[in-house]
Design a protein around this ligand. Sequence first.
Ligand code: GLA
Length: 391
Amino acid sequence: MAFPQNETAIIKAFGDRFRSDANPEVYRAPGRVNLIGEHTDYNLGYVFPIALEMACYVAISPSGDGTLHAYSEDFQAGFDIPVDTLLNCRPRKDWSDYVVGVAQELLKQDVRIEGANMLICSQVPIGSGLSSSAALEVSTAVALLGSQSLQPLEIAKLAQRAESQFAGMPCGIMDQYAAVFGKEGAAIQIDCRSLTHEYVPLPDAASIIAVNSLVKHELGSSAYRERVTECRAAVQDIQKIDSSVESLRDVTPEFFVQVQESISPLPRQRARHIVYETHRVVEFAAAAQAHNLQEMGKLFLASHRSMQYDYEISCEEIDFLVDTAIDLPGVYGARMTGGGFGGCTVNLVAPASVAEFANRLSSAYERRYGMRPIFYDCKPAAGAGRVNERA
Ligand code: GLA
C-alpha cells in the first residue's frame, strides 16, 4: 500500500482495518542514517547518526477485549494475542517479533499493557540500512506506553533488547538510541559506553543524500554475528597483554599499533577498522563543528575503504555507488551506511549539485545493474513521540 502521508490517512486506514470509529492516538519513531562510526556501537565506541523524517507510524486505541490486535500495512499481515499470554510467545521470525519483543520487554518493566488495536505503517524502506526495525520497535514502545512514562534511555535499551534477545539479532544500541533521541537540525554523537550523547549541528553547505542500492545480500545477518565474534576475539588477544582492556573502545590508535602483532590476523583486521573508525567519529564531529566539508568528506571515504577492505562488509553495488559518486562534481564524500552488504550509501553533496549528482549516479547505476537507485534528501529530524494531540 502507498504510505498514508499524514495522520488523517493513517487514522482512516485504522478505521477501515478495525471497523472502528475510535479516534486512535498516533505515534511515530524515525529511521536513521548513520554518518560515521559503523559497527562501533557494540564495541562501545562512538557513532554519529541523524534521525530521519521517514518514520514508522503506529495508530492505537483500546480494544476492550484484553487482546493485542496488530496489523502491519507494510506486510499486509496481522496478529491477535491475548495480553495475558504475551510473555509466553516465541519468535515467529517475521516483523511481528519486533512488536511482541517490545511488548514483552515493557511487561518486564511493569508497564501495563491493555488490549489494543494497533495499525502499523512505515515509510522507512526495509533492508535499506536505514533502521526500519528500530523505527518499528521504538514506535511500538511509545504507542504501548501511551501516557505511562519511562525514561527515554530505558525505551532505547528495551527496544534493543527486543531486537537482540527476542528477534535474535545481536545489534548495538545506535539505531534505537537515534530513534528515541533524534533532534531536528543536528546529528547525535553517541558514546555507546556511557550511553550519553551530544548534539552536533551540521553545516548547511552540504546536503546529506542517502542512495538506496536496492540490494540486500543474504550474508548480512550471519556476517554481523561473525564480526561481533571476531571483535571479541581481538579483545581476548589484547587482554593477554593488558588485562584492563574490556572492549575495543579501550584501544587507541597508538596502542593498537603497539599490540597489533599479538592479535590473530582476521580479528586484527576487524579491530583495525573499529579502532580507527571510532577515532574518525571524533574527528568528523570536530570537522562538522569547524564547517570543514573537505575534511568531513575525506573521513567519509576513509571510513568506506576501511569497511570495504578491513571489515569486509561492503559489496560490489555499494562500492560502485561510492566510487562513481566521489568523481561527480560537488561531492565531498561517500560511504556505505548501516550494517552492510547492501542497503544505502550516504553522500555529502553541495546543495547546488544535488540534481546533477542524482541524475548522473542514477544513469550510471542503471547502465551497470539495470535498476535505478532511490535518493533520499536526509534532514535531521526529531526522535519518537506522539503525532496527534491528546483529545
Ligand atoms: C546495524 C545495527 C547497529 C549497528 C550498525 C552498524 O544497524 O543494528 O547496532 O551495529 O548495524 O553500524
